[in-house]
Design a protein around this ligand. Structure first.
Ligand code: URP
Ligand code: ZN
Ligand code: ZN
Ligand code: ZN
Length: 484
């Protein structure tokens, strides 16, 4: 059964125009005037945009002694409710575990997904096996992005020698390096000092991770990536110090991308000083929320192009889970939700305020992500032949965000009480209408894994340049005799 989206205005990363969109077999078949299909979806007064892609989620993730509460079913349902049609989750090997075994666990969890998804592979330890597995993961699994945690000392953190070895391997294989950039050694020292001084509450989490730890690690990762010759994607860029390092690198022609989160763009550090322990702990994540100057820097980065995409780092823990850190802030599970709210919050605080154009909104929530991760134009595009992952966006629809009406499994919402303007009228996942005016009709298990090849055009360009400028001996005609 074909469907046609009629009377809407198509908004892509670079064009705005009136046309109908014909869909069949899960794909866009035709774009043009006066199209007809078996079923009509009315987009009068709406924008027809590529569905959002969230490049950074943690669904049912084992972390800090527990599991994040949204799994692939509730997480992707929340995504669709907010206009996001693809999520990219991180597969995390245990210490000593092969990358392929970790992927098996993620394969099992993701069978319930309501929308399409892909995985990033995390490198949480280093050894011969990881070195070998990286090739298999890239070549047989269609995963080209590998994340490294420079924080969480004693758990997920890798050191500089491991970082350099892994980045070099990725350079050889045509992959992309990702980093959680915070100096884990300094965070551990600051945390111990704060606890010893009696700073045990959630506010101390923010004190233990100042912008300097993020700026330093971001700069270090950029320099190591440059030496290894690999493109670098910096996740959850939250402050000017990290943004400055990314901005500078990009100005120098380095292949680096920065990913601010909707939380850092719209919520600030005052949340941690709330007198209600639960309120503050629910917002504990790494890096922590920052002040308004840092927020302005992130918005400016999106406007100028020095920052490329907006994610959520959706990693939702219930209040009960957060309470395991009462009396010791280092035990509060790190992470916040946002999958359902990223698109409406970014539209409200970005497009409605004039900070972003609708086209820039599409770029940072979808198209740039698909291009960087190498699944464009299957995803992130309104083009004939692309997957029909689409959102029919009503710019006049309003709602007040609240835990009481959200899809996420947790019992609160960090954006509670925020009024948003701009919401999906329809969300389509490969042609299936999963959301219609707030009514959900998801199909559990509908989501498919999206393979992403290595050796993108950007990898090829970077390796060509690196090869051209690599050290080589100077050919000399006359070599003086030694000992003269
Ligand atoms: O606090 C956070 N960000 N939790 C999720 C894991 C990570 O660091 O991305
Ligand atoms: Zn992280
Ligand atoms: Zn994360
Ligand atoms: Zn708001």
């Amino acid at each position: 059964m074909s469907k046609v989206i009629k009377n809407g205005t198509i908004v892509t990363a670079d064009l705005t125009y009136k046309a109908d969109v014909l869909i069949d077999g899960g794909q866009i078949i035709e774009i043009g005037a006066n199209l007809n299909g078996d079923e009509e979806l009315d987009a009068t007064g709406c924008y027809v945009m590529p569905g959002g892609i969230d490049p950074h989620t943690h669904l049912e993730m084992p972390f800090m002694g527990t599991y994040s509460s949204d799994d692939f079913e509730s997480g992707t349902r929340a995504a669709l409710a907010g206009g996001t049609t693809m999520v990219v989750d991180f597969a995390l090997p245990n210490p000593g575990e092969s990358l392929l075994d970790a992927l098996k666990r993620w394969d099992n969890k993701s069978t319930r997904a309501n929308c399409d998804y892909s995985f990033h592979m995390a490198v949480t330890w280093w050894g011969e096996q990881v070195f070998e597995d990286m090739k298999t993961v890239i070549e047989t699994r269609g995963i080209n992005t590998f994340k490294h945690f420079m924080a969480y000392k004693g758990a997920l953190m890798v050191n500089d020698d491991e970082l350099y070895a892994s980045f070099q391997r990725l350079s050889e294989l045509g992959g992309i390096a990702m980093v959680h950039a915070e100096n884990g050694d300094v965070v551990a020292e600051l945390s111990a000092k704060l606890l010893a001084e009696g700073n045990t509450g959630p506010e101390a989490h923010a004190y233990s991770r100042p912008p300097q730890v993020e700026g330093e690690a971001t700069n270090r990762a950029i320099m190591i990536a440059d030496m290894a010759g690999v493109p670098l994607y910096v996740v959850h860029t939250s402050c000017e110090e990290a943004h400055e390092a990314i901005r500078r690198a990009r100005m120098q022609g380095k292949r680096v991308w920065g990913e601010p989160l909707i939380q850092h763009l719209t919520l600030d550090e005052s949340e941690y000083f709330n007198s209600d322990w639960d309120h503050a702990a629910r917002r504990v994540m790494s890096p922590p929320f920052r002040n308004k100057q840092h927020q302005d820097s992130l918005w400016a980065g999106l406007q100028s192009g020095s920052l490329s995409v907006v994610a959520t780092d959706h990693c939702a823990f219930t209040t009960e889970q957060k309470r395991s850190g009462v009396g010791d802030f280092t035990k509060i599970p790190n992470g916040t939700g946002g999958l359902e709210d990223r698109m409406p919050m970014l539209w409200t605080h970005g497009v409605e305020t004039g900070r972003l154009t609708p086209n820039e909104f599409v770029a940072v929530t979808s198209t740039n992500i698909a291009k960087i991760l190498n699944c464009y134009p299957k995803k992130g595009a309104v083009l004939a032949g692309a997957d029909a992952d689409l959102v029919v966006w009503d710019p006049n629809k309003t709602k007040t965000l609240s835990a009481s009406s959200q899809q996420s499994a947790i019992d609160y919402n960090v954006f509670e009480g925020h009024a948003v303007k701009g919401l999906p009228r329809y969300t389509l996942t490969r042609g299936h209408v999963a959301v219609e005016d707030g009514t959900m009709s998801c199909q559990e298990g509908h989501g498919k894994f999206v393979e992403r090849e290595a050796n993108s055009t950007l990898n090829k360009a970077l390796s060509t340049w690196k090869e051209l400028t690599a050290p080589r001996p100077v050919e000399r005609s006359g070599i003086p005799a030694t000992g003269v």
